[in-house]
Design a protein around this ligand. Sequence first.
Ligand code: GLU
Length: 304
Amino acid sequence: MPPAPAPAYRGRFAPSPTGPLHAGSLVAALGSWLMARHAGGEWWVRVEDLDPPREVPGAAEAQLRTLAAFGLVSDAPVVRQSERHALYRAALDRLLAADLAFACACSRSALAAGGGVHRACAPGPARAQAAVRLRVPDGSVVGFEDALCGHFAQDVATDVGDVVLLRADGCWAYQLAVVVDDAAQGVTDVVRGADLLDSTPRQILLQRALGLPTPRYAHLPLIVDGDGRKLSKSLAAVPVDGDDPLPALRVAWRALGQRPGPFDAPGRVERGLARASAAFDPGLIPRKPVPLAAVHNGPVTDDP
Ligand code: GLU
């Protein structure tokens, strides 16, 4: 399939259907939508359903229904990664043919001995089923300018090791699929949660190995609970209510550091979104994690 022509700005929201949409995912959905609208660009939704063991049946449809109830509707037909195996296979085959990827049957214990960081296949018992990894040369330090987090660099060789592209259980790794799809869909701007900040250098390395363009990145602050834990890992990760979208939109809007107003008046959600896209100021987005209590009490600022 030829890549989609590159527009000036094409953003995306790419949820994994592992459960209902919660407050944290709504921040990523609304934040990526607002950044796209602010730039006069497009916003596409992609269902990242490549991990059947973690998937909850019906969750993808429920997430899309909830997004629609929030007025967040993809500008292009929704793409599902589970229907795109041939694209990932073609990318992997190119890497294998260029000797940039290799099969690895290292056992779990051999990997654990290296702290989970794979640098060379260990002799000894092998797994029946091999994984495929990207060959990450020593000294693969990758840095990039994040629109919100500033400069971020990582030594992918020492911090991550040889990146898994095809898992030993036969599932495509998120890292490969996301890189292939962002390029195939002509995504120019990736706006997502800061929990994925440290996945970005390995994605850039993979883009370079495949000869694909690197999009711009902006990683949104995570909402954390009182103990500083990511919201989705705590009891506070309650699903957002598509039947009553305004309260959750207000919370997401505050988590993005914006001045109250757009979602305060009752009425149709589309009205609120129109007011929000007119009022949105990316410069107000906090650069650090946002405590849940703060978003329930008023706008979040970067002030100490
Ligand atoms: N599917 C990933 C998630 O739900 C997000 C991928 C991305 O935005 O790059 O965490």
